[in-house]
Ligand binder design. Structure first.
Ligand SMILES: [Zn+2]
Length: 173
């Protein structure tokens, strides 16, 4: 018996939630290193083949975003510079650098949790993943686990603002 359209969608939603949970756990790892909590996984044939969390500060590397680390690992795994039929899950909408990477890598689907109104390049600030002038477009599903992932980000920024305030006060004394 083949699945109905509705059943396929439900199954896809279940898988998306499952892999986003994995990305969320990676985001928590970033936070434990005092990095902006963003995590990403690349999935092919229902299997995680690359994962990463934001490490820009600790590596002194502005390109060490979660997506870049996950995509590099996936390319090595596949022994291919193109990630055809792969899905990238990330807890925050990709920035222009990462969105460009998804297009270069020919990623098939992008699933993300939280919109990034300031620098998001999957529709918020600009739309690089679905730019008709580019030679590849990425399917997008957004809003998966949005409550948890955005709470993690806002708690992080709130804590950092408070720490900065305390540091400033200490300097004034
Ligand atoms: Zn990025």
């Amino acid at each position: 018996m083949s699945l109905t359209k509705e059943q396929i969608k439900t199954e896809q939603d279940r898988l998306d939630a499952n892999f986003m949970k994995h990305a969320y756990q990676l985001a928590q790892q970033a936070e434990s290193h005092n990095e902006i909590p963003v995590g990403a996984v690349v999935v092919a044939d229902g299997k995680v083949i690359g994962e990463g969390f934001n490490q820009s500060i600790m590596l002194n590397d502005p390109s060490a975003h979660a997506e870049v680390i996950a995509v590099r690992q996936a390319g090595k795994y596949l022994q291919n510079y193109r990630l055809l039929d792969c899905t990238l899950y990330v807890t925050l909408e990709p920035c222009p650098m990462c969105a460009g990477l998804l297009v270069h890598g020919r990623i098939k689907r992008l699933v993300y949790a939280t919109n990034d109104r300031k620098t998001g390049a999957a529709g918020s600030l600009l739309d690089l993943v679905n730019h008709q002038g580019l030679n590849h477009q990425v399917e997008v599903n957004k809003g998966v686990m949005v409550a948890e992932c955005s709470a993690l980000l806002s708690a992080f920024f709130k804590r950092r603002r408070a720490e900065r305030k305390t540091e400033k006060k200490q300097r004034e004394i």
